[in-house]
Design a protein around this ligand. Structure first.
Ligand code: NCD
Length: 309
């Protein structure tokens, strides 16, 4: 396969295994580029990309912007806090006004699940979903799988554990789709109240005992509790959550094998993961961030090559 089967990246749900293979092969090339003294290629000199962030972000926004600049695209940035959205403008009007300035691609983070899918049906640009509420965060799942593949050689047949707030985490859902598509075994662990009832229908098993789950896995992806998405309490106190589902060095060192620890960031040190674990050699958190730029370059490059202008 030499091109993606999709014109937008709205979710991993819409990708085929071959799309992921192509993205990773392309990312391998860009990873080599960003480790050169001159970290830039002229590939997208004729492309303009708008980064529209209707929700807070540090890593994802900077990672996309850097990926776009390293491909030599023209970039404009928009954040909802300082925009006319506050004056009552609709999403379609906001985006159509931006597109009128001859923008080819939109990278959007939005609090509403499905916002990117909706936009892709109403505007004429290639859309990349940079996180839509509790729904999907496809580039995060791609960079996570890419990092596993880099560390373990492949994703197929590896045992991947996702710990924490499975219910409100778009990182969890996109990771589950991506990992299953590549033939990994996936288990989730967390408070029962934060594990959706449908999860097993996605081919995922559930374990509520963290130690047992850790003994099983090759990789543990520790998620942040998405407090900002909760209207009620799903567990008694943060202290109790940490006691039952937090990863500390004592547990990590007592396992019968060396597992890999991942986290999408931002980390709440001392809640889902202690500092000594986050900073340990088993954690690949900063490698994930580094791979994020190469993987996003690959996605943008492959989608841009499908734009008819
Ligand atoms: C994640 C997100 O925004 O969903 N962060 C990220 O993109 N790196 C995870 C989180 O906020 O917990």
């Amino acid at each position: 396969m030499s091109e993606l089967s999709v014109n937008h990246l709205l979710g991993i749900k819409y990708l085929k295994k071959e799309d992921i293979d192509l993205i990773f092969k392309t990312a391998d090339h860009f990873k080599e580029v960003i480790n050169r003294p001159i970290k830039k290629v002229p590939s997208l000199r004729d492309i303009t990309i708008a980064n529209l962030f209707f929700e807070n972000s540090t890593r994802t926004r900077l990672s996309f912007e850097l990926a776009e600049k390293r491909l030599s695209a023209d970039v404009i940035n928009f954040s909802a806090a300082s925009s006319s959205v506050k004056k009552g403008e609709t999403l379609i009007d906001t985006v159509n006004n931006i597109l009128a300035m001859k923008v080819d691609m939109v990278v959007m983070r939005h609090p509403n699940p499905g916002a990117g899918i909706f936009l892709s049906k109403h505007v004429d640009a290639s859309i990349i979903n940079a996180g839509d509420g509790t729904h999907e965060h496809p580039t995060q799942a791609l960079l996570d799988s890419y990092s596993i593949r880099e560390k373990l050689g492949e994703v197929a047949n590896k045992k991947i554990l996702i710990v924490g707030d499975i219910m409100h985490s778009r990182v969890a859902l996109s990771n589950i789709f991506a990992l299953k598509l590549q033939g990994a075994e996936v288990k989730v662990c967390g408070p029962k109240t934060l594990i959706p009832k449908y999860i097993e229908s996605l081919g995922v098993s559930v374990e509520t005992n963290l130690r047992k789950a850790l003994e099983w896995c090759d990789v543990a992806n520790m998620l942040r509790v998405q407090n900002e998405r909760m209207e009620m309490s799903y567990f008694p106190t943060t202290r109790e959550y940490t006691q039952q589902f937090g990863l500390n060095k004592e547990i990590l060192d007592s396992l019968n094998k060396e597992i890999i620890v991942m986290h999408p960031g931002p980390i709440n040190r001392g809640v889902e993961i202690t500092s000594d674990v986050a900073d340990s050699k088993q954690a690949i958190i900063l490698e994930q961030v580094q791979n994020g730029v190469a993987v996003r370059m690959a996605v943008i490059y492959l989608l841009a090559s499908k734009i008819n202008r």
